[in-house]
Ligand binder design. Structure first.
Ligand SMILES: Nc1ncnc2c1ncn2[C@@H]1O[C@H](COP(=O)(O)OP(=O)(O)OP(=O)(O)O)[C@@H](O)[C@H]1O
Length: 366
C-alpha cells in the first residue's frame, strides 16, 4: 500500500526512540506545493525532516518519494543523504567564509556535477534576487541575504525535493519580512515540493498548501491548509491565532481607493491593492478579526458583512471568549472569536443564522 501511495508524493512512516523522546509518524504528503510541519518546540519536526533527508536513520522506517524507495528497514534499504535528490536549508546558513557568494554557489553546483547552465544558475540567482551580491564576501551579508544564498545553493543541486528547517527562525522581524516574498516566489515558481518546518502560524498561513501538525513525536492532524488551519478542535495548537485561509481573486479597483476581493461566498472590500484585476491571492482571516451579529444593520453596510450559519462552537485559551465556526453561503468556513457574554446574548448555537463582520484581513500571493 505504501509503495503505491508513494508514486504520487512522499510517503513517510518512521519510528525512532531517543532516550527521552519517541517519534512515531505516518505521513502521506502531496507531490506539489509547500507542506508545513508545524508544532511546538520539541514535538519532533526537525527529527522528521532529518529522517527524510537521511541525516537520521529511523529504527523502523519506510520512506518513498515519487515511487523511489529511500528507506525500507524491513528490507534493510537505506539510501544515504548524498544519493537523495534533495536540497536542505537549515535555520542558520552555513556559508564558507573564505569563498565569495559566487564561490559558495559554485561549490554547490560542482559537488552535484552540474555546469552553471545545467544547474540553471541565472534563473535561480534571479529568483532569489541575489545578482548584486555575487561578488561579495559572505562576512558582511545580513541574515536574510545569507539565507537567500543558502536557498540558492540548495536549489543549484537541482533537487527534486526541498527541505527547509525553520529558515526564518534566526532572523529578526524586519529580515523575516524581507525574505518572505522570496519564499512566496519559490512556492509559485518551483515545481518541486517543499517540506517546511515552522512553529510560526503566520508563515504557515502565508506559504503552506498542506499542513502536518505535530505534538509529542506524533502527527495530530494532516490535510490541506484550508481544512486544517481553522479547525476548532485544533484551535489550542494555534494559541490565540486561529485563522482561515481563503483563496480570493482581485475583483475590481474602485475610484475611492478600495479593492474588492471576490470569493465563492461574496466579496470583501479592502484598501487599494497593487495587484491587477483577476490576480489570485490568499486571504488570511483571523478569528479575532471576525465579529458576529444577528441582523444586517443598514448603517454597517459599508463594511464587510457576510451572511453565515453557525456550525460549531469551540474553546479558545483566551479567557472569557469562545470560537464560533460558521459556514458562508458558498461553502467556505469562517471562524469568529467572540466573548462568551455576547454568545449568550445572541443565542449563538449551531444552526443560527448570523452576519459575520470581517474587520481585517491579511493578503498574500497565492
Ligand atoms: N540526536 C538526538 N539524541 C537524543 N535526543 C534527541 C536527538 N535529536 C533530537 N532529540 C530530542 O527529540 C525531541 C524532538 O526534537 P526535534 O528537534 O525534532 O523537535 P522540534 O519540534 O524540531 O523542536 P524545535 O522547534 O525546538 O526545533 C527533543 O526532545 C530533542 O531533545
Amino acid at each position: 500500500m505504501h509503495e503505491a501511495a508513494a508514486r504520487n508524493g512522499i510517503t513517510a512512516r518512521f519510528g525512532l526512540d531517543f532516550p527521552s523522546f519517541a517519534l512515531d509518524v505516518d505521513l502521506v504528503l502531496p507531490a506539489r506545493g509547500v507542506t508545513a510541519i508545524f508544532g511546538p518546540s520539541g514535538s519532533g519536526k526537525t527529527t522528521v525532516l532529518r529522517c527524510v533527508a537521511g541525516l537520521e536513520r529511523a529504527t523502523t522506517g519506510f520512506l518513498a518519494y515519487d515511487g523511489q524507495v529511500w528507506q525500507d528497514e524491513a528490507r534493510r534499504v537505506f539510501v544515504p543523504t548524498h544519493r537523495r535528490p534533495i536540497g536542505v536549508v537549515f535555520q542558520e546558513a552555513s556559508l564558507f567564509q573564505h569563498l565569495s557568494v559566487m564561490g559558495n554557489l559554485k561549490y554547490g553546483m560542482t559537488r552535484a556535477g552540474l555546469s552553471p547552465e545545467q544547474a540553471g544558475l541565472d534563473a535561480i540567482v534571479a529568483l532569489l534576487g541575489i545578482e548584486h551580491l555575487l561578488a561579495r564576501g559572505t562576512k558582511t551579508l545580513s541574515g536574510g541575504e545569507r539565507q537567500r544564498i543558502a536557498i540558492a545553493r540548495a536549489l543549484l543541486r537541482r533537487p527534486r525535493l526541498l527541505l527547509m528547517d525553520e529558515p526564518l527562525a534566526a532572523l529578526d522581524l524586519k529580515r523575516k519580512s524581507e525574505i518572505l516574498p522570496y519564499l512566496e516566489r519559490l512556492h509559485d515558481e518551483l515545481d518541486i515540493p517543499i517540506l517546511y518546518v515552522s512553529h510560526a502560524p503566520e508563515e504557515v498561513a502565508r506559504l503552506a498548501d498542506h499542513l502536518v501538525l505535530m505534538d509529542g513525536g506524533k502527527v495530530i492532524a494532516q490535510g490541506p491548509l484550508s481544512e486544517t488551519m481553522g479547525r476548532l478542535d485544533l484551535a489550542s495548537r494555534f494559541a490565540d491565532d486561529v485563522s482561515v485561509v481563503l483563496p480570493v481573486t482581485i475583483g475590481a479597483h474602485d475610484d475611492d481607493d478600495l479593492t474588492r476581493l471576490d470569493f465563492a461566498s461574496g466579496a470583501i472590500v479592502v484598501g487599494r491593492r497593487p495587484e491587477p484585476v483577476g490576480r489570485k491571492l490568499r486571504c488570511r482571516i483571523r478569528a479575532r478579526d471576525v465579529s458576529l451579529s444577528l441582523g444586517n444593520h443598514a448603517d454597517m453596510s459599508i463594511v464587510n458583512i457576510l451572511p453565515a450559519t453557525v456550525t460549531a462552537l469551540g474553546e479558545t485559551p483566551v479567557p472569557g471568549h469562545i470560537l464560533v465556526e460558521t459556514a458562508l453561503s458558498g461553502g467556505e468556513r469562517l471562524v469568529a472569536r467572540i466573548t462568551k457574554r455576547s454568545s449568550t446574548q445572541l443565542g449563538i448555537r449551531p444552526g443560527v443564522p448570523v452576519y459575520a463582520q470581517v474587520k481585517a484581513v491579511a493578503l498574500f500571493g497565492e
